[in-house]
Design a binder for this molecule. Structure first.
Ligand code: GRF
Length: 223
């Protein structure tokens, strides 16, 4: 059994971010292992990815809890705790988590969102909204989730994606996804290496252990 921080991943869809995280976790020296995948949907492609990778996965649908979101979230919390999960990653999880769930893992829930927050937060159609607004640059954000605010938590990693004249939502979404596949493993690595320092809502990234140079600024990761 490999060592590393035990990560629980919440999914609802295709699972390409889960796949990217699995690939990173399988590489030598990555400081995390995926202990459990939880989906709220039986038809999530992410479940096939977990099965192929031999990662324990469970479906915890809202219907089992009389459509009580809080009850479902508490069941998820308990399951994650039982699996010894230290860090939760929402990788395309399509529900807003209850404050009680968020408070159960303080500063230990990451979420990936397909825009450069705070632009186009708070909804499931960030890519369409960015195109409709006519922005020239969009991207992705990995942030910490906190009780009481949606898509407004401290930002850990952002990666920029230029918008092309002929983009439609599918084309732009795919290029944003490619950046998410870098950003999510990067944020997980930083968290697991204990390099995330919060100053209020601002996250500073500490240098890796043994490094003598100053850490790169977030701007250096923009492509
Ligand atoms: C990603 O674009 C993420 O930003 C959003 O949902 C999508 C999930 O994609 N929250 P996948 O299921 O990881 O392929």
């Amino acid at each position: 059994m490999s060592a590393g921080v035990r990560v629980g991943v919440l999914v609802s869809g295709r699972g390409s971010n889960l796949e990217a995280l699995c690939a990173a976790a399988a590489s030598p020296g990555f400081p995390a292992r995926i202990a459990l995948v939880i989906s709220n949907r039986r038809d999530a492609g992410a479940l096939e990815i977990a099965a192929r990778r031999g990662i324990p996965a469970e479906v915890i649908p809202l219907g089992h809890f009389g459509h009580d979101e809080r009850a479902r979230d508490l069941a998820m919390r308990d399951r994650l705790r039982l699996a010894g999960v230290q860090l939760v990653v929402c990788a395309g999880y399509n529900r807003i988590l209850s404050d009680e769930f968020l408070a159960a893992f303080p500063d230990a829930i990451l979420n990936v969102h397909p825009s450069l927050l705070p632009a186009f937060g708070g909804g499931m159609h960030a890519v369409e909204a960015a195109l409709d607004h006519g922005v020239k640059i969009s991207g992705c954000t990995v942030q910490l989730l906190e009780p009481g605010i949606t898509d407004g938590g401290p930002i850990i990693v952002q990666r920029a994606v230029p918008v092309h004249e002929d983009d439609d939502p599918e084309r732009l979404r795919e290029r944003i996804h490619e950046q998410e596949w870098v950003a999510v493993p990067e944020a997980v690595r930083l968290w697991c290496e204990g390099r995330i320092r919060r100053e209020g809502r601002v996250v500073r990234i500490a240098a890796p252990p043994g490094a003598t140079d100053a850490p790169p600024s977030q701007a250096d990761s923009l492509t």
